[in-house]
Design a binder for this molecule. Structure first.
Ligand SMILES: *Cc1c(COP(=O)(O)O)cnc(C)c1O
Length: 219
């Protein structure tokens, strides 16, 4: 199977309203180029240095999403060009993104990363932490950060019922947050969950933004 045919298969299995982020971390520049030539424009990376090399080498109409854990001191490197920072898990990180985005006179789209999995290793804010952060209202002063929705990862398990229940929790929290804080903000609309192993379940549970890597790039 080629990257092109993998991409075609994944796209064909997704509803048309779902955004596909091709997660290209650990894959070569040539592999990304191949996906680009097959029409893919949105790519996800999780390491700043790897992203930097790919951004420099590849076409400039690619939208790069940073999907990994973002260290505060690395924001400055990606601020000039990043389209979206998906895994924002603190107000502190948001404030750094604000500062760096302002320097470049840009607004950077972000997602709030939620921890809903039953694993201690997963990052993200607990629902209570996220709601408390939003309730504090400090984020409202950040004019170069646009909060576009939520992202999460389900537990790494074969238990489909558990994965499903975590995705449904994410959907419910999205709706709560939307209603309480972003009811009149059309930009807040993204539910980013679903990876190679579970994107079809995610799609059934209200995801509109899946991040698929190995299913596309492992040929
Ligand atoms: C690696 C990664 C993915 C994609 O994982 P695959 O199983 O290869 O599809 C999605 N989201 C995040 C946050 C990742 O780190």
């Amino acid at each position: 199977m080629s990257i092109k045919s993998n991409l075609q298969e994944v796209r064909n299995s997704l509803h048309s309203n779902i955004e596909l982020v091709a997660v290209s971390k650990y894959h070569t520049i040539e592999a990304v180029q191949e996906a680009y030539e097959a029409g893919q424009r949105v790519f996800g990376e999780s390491r700043e240095q790897e992203l930097r090399l790919k951004h420099e080498a590849l076409p400039k109409d690619i939208e790069w999403h940073f999907i990994g854990h973002m260290q505060t001191n690395k924001v400055k490197y990606i601020a000039p060009y990043i389209s979206m920072i998906e895994a924002v898990d603190s107000l502190k990180l948001m404030m750094e993104i604000e500062k760096q985005a302002a320097k470049h006179e840009r607004t950077i789209d972000i997602l709030l990363e939620l921890h809903l999995a039953q694993e201690e290793t997963k990052s993200g804010m607990l629902p209570s932490e996220c709601l408390a952060m939003l309730e504090s209202g400090e984020w409202r002063a950040l004019s170069h950060v646009r909060i576009c929705g939520i992202m999460m990862m389900a537990s790494n398990t074969d238990n489909e019922a558990q994965i499903r229940s975590e995705f449904l929790k994410a959907q419910e929290l999205f709706l709560t947050i939307k209603q309480r804080y972003f009811a009149s903000d059309d930009a807040f609309r993204i539910r980013s969950y679903g990876m190679s192993g579970d994107y079809l379940i995610a799609q059934e549970c209200g995801s509109n933004h899946v991040r698929v890597g190995s299913r596309i790039f492992n040929t």
